[in-house]
Write a protein that binds this ligand. Structure first.
Ligand SMILES: Nc1nc2c(c(=O)[nH]1)N[C@H]1C(S)=C(S)[C@@H](COP(=O)(O)O)O[C@H]1N2
Ligand SMILES: [Mo]
Length: 327
């Protein structure tokens, strides 16, 4: 394994409670972590100039009828959900995406749907958006690192697009390729951290599950670039890394793909990545989590929920599987 492609995810430092309040302090901490992860490699890529992100446009969705699509939980403050992100193409620091993603061009944008389908098609983003009525769905998003948010997404079930594409009998998995824009993304330009482009994948039945969302917006507006504009996946019962941002290609395949995180550290990041309090990461426990915005140094962590709280909707997809082996 290339020593510059090292696993990045670390448990959050205990002092990291309110991202807004400790932002600068955390940046200093993370610079230390990144320095360790990159030991023996070149310096970090030259810092790209901060670019003002394009303004968000309204993008309302009707209240979803999908079971499990609306939690009773209070949504995370929008400024936290848009200021504390993982989007490693822009850098390993939680503030890098908000600072740098404005440079990413999100128009024109196409999404290529191909592979084992009867109706391959390259969609223009604005046509794809109209494939099905937009719904608002409030989902928990749980990062493998141990933090979680509650976000009101706007989009429709990926199943709509899957059915439109008509998978062949050979289609058993679906890959999601995300954009690798060297002009805008310093870590892609430098070929560092991961083997770009970022590719994630689902089993076909997971892709067809009604909870699996293709999202175009959040908080009633188009997605900010740092959250994966112009479209991203949201798979709420899985760790966040399964939910690829800024998707350019959806490819149906016969064999289980080797996804980006599996490639970089297969013992740490599994293909399934189902949220599971009983299966620890090799370097930290997954039994509890920190809800961003709970606030306060002594705010209690919350227990991690099986399948992130969606067990009654998705549990049957994994009946009979050893979830410690297929983690
Ligand atoms: N293209 C791309 N998609 C990505 C990532 C990434 O680095 N690149 N990070 C993933 C991880 S680890 C998480 S936790 C979620 C974070 O989504 P958010 O920043 O909108 O909360 O995005 C996922 N999608
Ligand atoms: Mo994550």
């Amino acid at each position: 394994m290339n020593r510059c492609l090292r696993p990045l995810f670390e448990p959050p430092p205990p002092s990291d409670i309110t991202p807004r309040a400790v932002f600068d302090q955390r940046r200093a901490l993370l610079a230390g972590v990144a320095g360790l992860a990159l030991a023996g490699c070149d310096e970090r890529p030259a810092r790209a100039a901060d670019v003002a992100p394009p303004r968000q446009e309204p993008l309302p969705g009707v209240r979803s009828a999908v079971s499990g699509a609306l939690t009773m939980d209070k949504p995370t403050a929008r400024e936290d959900a848009t200021g504390y992100n993982n989007f490693y193409e822009f850098g390993p620091d939680k503030g890098d995406p908000a600072r740098l993603a404005g440079a990413m061009k999100i128009r024109p944008w196409t999404v290529q749907v191909d592979g084992e389908v009867r109706r391959p098609k390259t969609w223009d983003i604005d046509a794809l958006l109209k494939l099905a009525p937009l719904e608002e769905r409030i989902y928990r998003l749980r990062c493998v690192e141990g933090w979680a948010m509650v976000i009101p997404w706007v989009g429709w079930s990926l199943a709509e697009l899957v059915r439109q594409a008509e998978p062949t009998g050979n289609a058993r998995f679906v890959e999601f390729h995300t954009v690798a824009d060297k002009q805008a993304m310093p870590y892609v330009a430098a070929g560092r951290l991961l083997d770009w482009p970022y590719v994630e994948a689902l089993r076909l039945d997971e892709a067809l599950h009604p909870l699996t969302l293709l999202a175009f917006g959040m908080y009633g507006q188009t997605l900010p670039n740092q959250n994966g504009a112009p479209l991203r996946l949201v798979v709420p019962w899985k760790y966040g890394y399964k939910s690829g941002k800024s998707i350019v290609r959806i490819r149906f395949v016969e064999h289980q793909p080797v996804t980006s995180w599996v490639k970089v550290a297969p013992q740490e990041y599994g293909f399934y990545a189902n949220v599971n309090p009983g299966v620890d990461h090799p370097r930290w426990s997954q039994a509890s989590e920190r809800r961003i915005g709970d606030g306060g140094l002594f705010a209690p962590r919350r227990p991690t929920l099986m399948f992130n709280g969606y067990a009654s909707q998705v549990g049957q997809l994994y009946a009979g599987m050893d979830l410690a082996r297929h983690f």
